[in-house]
Design a protein around this ligand. Structure first.
Ligand code: SF4
Ligand code: SF4
Length: 422
């Protein structure tokens, strides 16, 4: 069997909700933070070594299922998605001990931290694990038979969980941040990429504390510090920019995930005008930090894909995208059964728009991510039952959030519980 060489398995540590893995997609809980929080103990933890050994002999570990699914559909998976120079990547591979599965500490280049689920949004693709707003929403309604019958995981509080007894939460204290950052400064001289995800980091005191402390890492001048944010809250943009400038580069990955039409519907809690205001301000005061607009793409985005692209591209950011593979009832490909032809007509309009409005690198990036979304949507096969689950999810979430799908979508209507193109 072919080796499944993975950048993240060899060079990453990823802190999640009281657990630690090596990448954002890995679903197995490799280390529990109650056992250790220290990168120097996690990096060569037995479960990390076993994961590497399995990939090295070409066997997909269970928790790598989303990469496996992508590759089965001939798509590029996250394991190839590294953001360091090729020469550094080749050096990292030499630091793998094929017998023991160990890596030498100077091979760790990527770390991703999550401090808390505190968030001011409750987006339709998220869950209580990642959003405190979602956790509060779950307390406001009673689960009904449909939610159970259609296994609407987010509404049942089972999404991003590992079984009935998994009630872990994302909570990192200031003293734990001290332990982690001190260890990174002392033992990991080649750290190159720091990612912060959430919750909403800008909303969390731990984020600001960690950011200040990480500016003191001995390799800070060679580190790219990036964080995911909805960028839709009040915060001190000037101070943020000041801190980010202490790294080789700051990168703000702004999850936009909608066009002007559906933004307030999909990203519950968000205002498009506040987003635009914050983006304009950071662009005005900071030309060094890279501002990336990401489109996390589920079935909801596909239903308004032209406005999604037009709106995000109008913000004049670096464009980026990802796919919501789970829960399956919002996977983009569920729409193929009833709407394949019209969706591909919409895709044609998007590519015409990109070709007519953009030039140079911005055009290349937009085309790259457009093709990624289109190929995934068209090539992935998911059972029809998930489409029915989507319809029930829309019905339930509209009721819970007291809103109406039909007031936001221009090309589709829900009529008597069915989705229709208009
Ligand atoms: S193969 Fe994919 S899921 Fe598995 S560790 Fe690598 S990036 Fe993560
Ligand atoms: S902003 Fe992020 S963490 Fe908050 S609800 Fe949306 S996706 Fe979840």
């Amino acid at each position: 069997m072919n080796k499944l060489t993975c950048y993240y398995a060899l060079s990453g540590i990823n802190y999640k909700n009281s657990t630690v893995t090596c990448c954002p997609r890995q679903a197995d809980q490799l280390v529990f933070q109650k056992d250790t929080i220290l990168p120097s103990e996690i990096y060569n933890h037995n479960n990390f070594k076993e994961l590497r050994k399995s990939l090295d002999i070409g066997i997909w570990p269970k928790g790598c299922d989303t990469c496996e699914e992508m590759e089965k559909n001939n798509l590029k998976s996250m394991r190839h998605d590294f953001r360091i120079p090729m020469s550094n990547w080749l050096e990292i591979q030499k630091k793998y001990n094929v017998i023991t599965g160990e890596m030498s500490k100077d091979a760790l280049t990527h770390i991703e931290l999550r401090f808390s689920n505190a968030c001011n949004f409750s987006c339709l693709h998220c869950s209580d694990v990642y959003s405190s707003k979602w956790a509060n929403i779950l307390k406001t309604f009673k689960q009904d038979n449909d939610m159970i019958k259609y296994d609407l995981k987010q509404l049942l509080g089972t999404e991003h969980r590992h079984g009935d007894d998994d009630n872990l939460s994302m909570k990192m204290s200031i003293s734990q941040i001290d332990e982690i950052v001190n260890d990174l400064c002392k033992n990991f001289p080649n750290l190159e990429l720091i990612d912060i995800a959430g919750g909403e980091p800008l909303y969390q005191k731990q984020f600001w504390y960690a950011l200040e402390k990480l500016t003191k890492h001995p390799n800070a001048k060679n580190i790219i510090f990036s964080f995911h944010s909805n960028f839709n809250t009040d915060f001190d943009i000037v101070y943020l920019s000041h801190l980010l400038k202490k790294f080789k580069r700051g990168v703000i990955l702004i999850s936009i995930d909608g066009g002007e039409n559906i933004y307030p519907y999909f990203r519950k809690g968000g205002k498009w005008s506040q987003l635009v205001k914050n983006i304009n301000k950071i662009k005005r005061i900071d030309q060094k930090t890279h501002i990336v607009g990401t489109c996390t793409t589920s079935a909801y985005q596909i239903l308004d894909i032209k406005n999604v692209f037009e709106s995000i591209l109008s913000l004049d950011l670096i464009f980026d995208a990802s796919i919501v593979q789970t829960p399956k009832y919002i996977n983009p490909s569920i729409l193929n059964y009833d709407f394949f032809t019209v969706i591909n007509k919409d895709f044609d309009e998007v590519i015409n728009y990109i070709n007519s409005k953009l030039t140079g690198k911005k055009k290349m990036d937009a085309i790259h991510w457009f093709n990624y979304i289109k190929e995934y949507t068209n090539e992935t096969k998911i059972g029809y039952k998930h489409y029915n689950r989507f319809l029930v999810y829309i019905q339930k979430t509209d009721k819970i959030w007291d809103c109406d799908f039909n007031n936001f979508y221009q090309n589709y209507r829900i009529i008597d519980g069915e989705l229709e193109r208009i």
